[in-house]
Design a protein around this ligand. Structure first.
Ligand code: HEM
Length: 147
């Protein structure tokens, strides 16, 4: 009796969504990344500039976990194999992957290139695009969860 109750509870826990546990961490880190890039160009502070990389690497490092748990909660590939364009999930998937690619490209670009001169527009452009794509990802998620 006790064993079956414990197994039942464990089974119930495994069925819970796991994606929401992880999503907020990269959203926070990458939002701070964008804020730091903006403040760096506004203030010219080298100290602020040095903070960008740690925040962005941690944020980007968490994205594979977020994407993997998203697929798990979406029951893997069914929503792609039987795509319904009027459902928010497919748009959440497309916009979130685009945001992830933008930040991944940016973090490697910043690592390899100088950010002064013309580079500042790439720096500001990619992080601004990535941030707003994350906002749209969250808005679509809101429609999925609460809509
Ligand atoms: C940058 C990547 C992503 C971010 C930032 C993100 C963000 C979010 C957020 C904020 C929510 C609402 C969570 C809540 O209830 O509080 C959510 C829900 C959800 N997302 Fe994502 N998401 C991402 C990628 C994906 C991907 C790639 C998939 C599917 C392939 C996916 C599938 C889902 C599903 C199914 C939900 C509904 C709640 C659940 O059962 O997990 N997400 N997402």
């Amino acid at each position: 009796m006790a064993t079956s109750t414990v197994l039942g509870v464990l089974e119930g826990l495994l069925e819970l969504p796991v994606h929401p546990v992880f999503v907020h961490f990269p959203i926070a880190m990458l939002t701070v990344t964008w804020g730091l890039v903006v403040v760096h160009y506004w203030s010219g502070s080298a100290a602020v500039d040095r903070l960008v990389a740690p925040f962005e690497w941690i944020g980007v490092g968490f994205l594979p976990v977020v994407i993997l748990t998203g697929f798990r909660d979406a029951e893997w590939l069914e929503f792609i194999l039987e795509v319904e364009w009027d459902q928010p999930l497919i748009w959440h998937f497309i916009v979130s992957l685009t945001a992830s690619v933008v930040f991944a490209v940016h973090v490697f670009w910043r690592w390899r290139r100088r950010t002064d001169g013309e580079g500042r527009w790439v720096d500001l452009g990619l992080t601004t695009a990535g941030f707003w794509l994350l906002v749209v990802t969250g808005l679509i998620a809101g429609e999925m969860v609460y809509g």
